[in-house]
Write a protein of this length. Structure first.
Ligand code: SF4
Length: 252
């Protein structure tokens, strides 16, 4: 994702999309991952870049007044420095806040901690499960996510609902990538809709020559996804221009 601040108006509402510089993902092995292009293992660089992005986000919010803030760091939110998370509060307080994480960082305690630190009205935790078929997920996409983690998160979702907490767990499903047949995409949406609070479908885009090829998407699948997911992200927003420098909000 391009580092910076973007505005998005879609089925999730009027959102501010904030793409931070993160540390390299601790897994870092998914076959399609382009995010390491934007990450840094230099703490000073991460802190300085993110302080500047949060400041731009504050200005943009003053102008745009979005009710929802989506925070990306090209890896897991829980791998961000705490100083960055504390700074985010200025833009997340009282709002619906989306974050992303790998499953192994997500526990009830961590989710509650994030909710409190961000002072969010609701926390939406997006997890890149991509496909319910374990063989495809781990052999083809190399996600490194055993089925036991999917089931643990499903139990966590139940616990969150029992407690009536303002936390949602949403699964990403990747489509339009070679090696994931359309019937597996549909099965994933059905299963993840049952296990979690919802699904966001992401159209795969190939960024690097060694990445898998894109596959065509049938009209039937596109219509199915539009009907059965919270959002279909076709990868066309400006935040998806990875490795092409940062964008500024119109406000700054
Ligand atoms: S978990 Fe996400 S950030 Fe980490 S390697 Fe996979 S796609 Fe990339």
């Amino acid at each position: 994702l391009a580092i910076g601040v973007f505005r998005s108006i879609d089925r999730l509402g009027h959102r501010l999309v904030v793409v931070l510089k993160g540390f390299p993902c601790s897994w870092g092995k998914c076959v399609f991952c382009p995010f390491y292009l934007e990450q840094s293992s230099n703490l000073r660089e991460v802190l300085e870049t993110d302080a500047e992005i949060v400041e731009r986000a504050r200005q943009a919010l003053r102008e745009w007044g979005c009710d929802r803030v989506t925070v990306f760091n090209g890896g897991s939110f829980f791998e961000l420095p705490l100083a960055v998370i504390n700074a985010l509060r200025a833009i997340t307080r009282g709002r619906v806040v989306d974050i992303e994480t790998r499953p192994e960082f997500l526990t009830l305690e961590n989710a509650l901690h994030a909710l409190r630190l961000l002072e969010a009205r609701e926390l939406v935790v997006r997890v890149g499960l991509e496909v319910v078929n374990e063989e495809i997920r781990n052999r083809v996409l190399n996600k490194g996510i055993p089925q036991s983690e999917v089931m643990r998160l499903a139990e966590l979702r139940k616990r969150i609902d029992e407690l009536g907490l303002p936390i949602k767990i949403v699964a990403y499903v990747l489509f339009g990538i070679e090696g994931v047949p359309e019937e597996e995409v549909i099965r994933s949406v059905e299963e993840f809709n049952r296990l979690f609070h919802g699904v966001i479908a992401i159209r795969y885009r190939r960024y690097l020559p060694h990445h898998p090829r894109e596959s065509s998407v049938s009209i039937e699948l596109a219509q199915y996804l539009e009907r059965n997911t919270m959002l279909v992200d076709w990868g066309e927003g400006e935040e998806w221009s990875i490795g092409e420098g940062s964008s500024s909000p119109e406000a700054s």
